[in-house]
Ligand binder design. Structure first.
Ligand code: HEM
Length: 209
């Protein structure tokens, strides 16, 4: 029980926290995406109390933002190497040294770009091969906490964006660059300004509906 508890605490907390840090950074550095997300969340709910594990399931753009965050900044790094150390054959296919599937132009249009809409229906990124990304791994020993991770991340991000206007502290512009990975990412502190959304709930109803 002690061993299982320590596994669950490590893999069940740091991974989801990393995903949310990555989302906060990528959204605040792409304000047009953050605006669209704010609009989706603030028009879907009248009050923070309406945001529940069930109701967050109806926010397609937010899910796309979380998926795109995991492509650009996969939270799980221990043992799941993201680059081939030398030229190798994988499933009979040659992959050169330094190959990284989440940034491979064969699978992603503009792989270096944070583009949540590639996860939604539409023509622009139609050719993307979405199942090339497997942040929870695949097969019988893939992540047992996948659904819990999605539920937690959706709930927290929706409540955060509903209630606060977020912006990145100026000193954090390069937060994601040059991070080293050990068991998890060795991430520097991420400073984000949170400004309480000024419109009271009662007025927001009027404003939106
Ligand atoms: C964004 C969040 C998460 C990501 C990206 C993630 C990723 C992964 C990956 C890639 C594996 C496979 C590891 C391997 O093959 O060596 C894994 C396994 C596992 N994960 Fe997660 N995980 C996340 C959240 C969680 C949460 C919230 C829990 C539970 C509370 C959890 C519990 C586990 C457990 C117990 C395993 C081992 C499963 C087994 O060996 O059968 N994970 N996770």
């Amino acid at each position: 029980m002690a061993t299982n508890a320590s596994v669950l605490i490590l893999v069940g907390s740091e991974t989801t926290a990393t995903l949310l840090c990555g989302a906060a950074f990528l959204l605040t550095t792409h304000p047009e995406m953050l605006k669209r997300l704010e609009h989706e969340i603030r028009s879907a709910f009248r009050s923070e109390k309406d945001i529940t594990l069930t109701s967050v399931g109806q926010l397609p753009f937010m899910l796309a933002c979380l998926s795109e965050t995991m492509r650009c900044y996969p939270p799980f790094v221990a043992g799941a190497f993201r680059q081939t150390p030398k030229d190798v054959l994988i499933d009979g296919k040659f992959e050169p040294q330094g190959y990284a599937v989440n940034r491979d132009e064969r699978y992603w249009k503009e792989p270096e770009r944070f583009a949540p809409k590639r996860w939604m229906d539409g023509l622009e990124y139609k050719g993307d091969q979405l199942d090339a990304m497997q942040p929870f791994s695949t097969g019988p020993r893939n992540c047992i906490g996948r659904n819990l991770a999605y539920a937690e991340a959706r709930l927290i991000l929706a409540k955060l964006v509903f209630s606060f206007d977020m912006s990145l502290a100026a000193s954090n512009d390069h937060w994601l660059h040059n991070q080293k990975a050990y068991i998890v990412w060795d991430k520097p502190l991420l400073y984000v300004h949170l400004l309480r959304e000024a419109v009271p709930d009662s007025e927001r109803e009027h404003h939106i509906y």
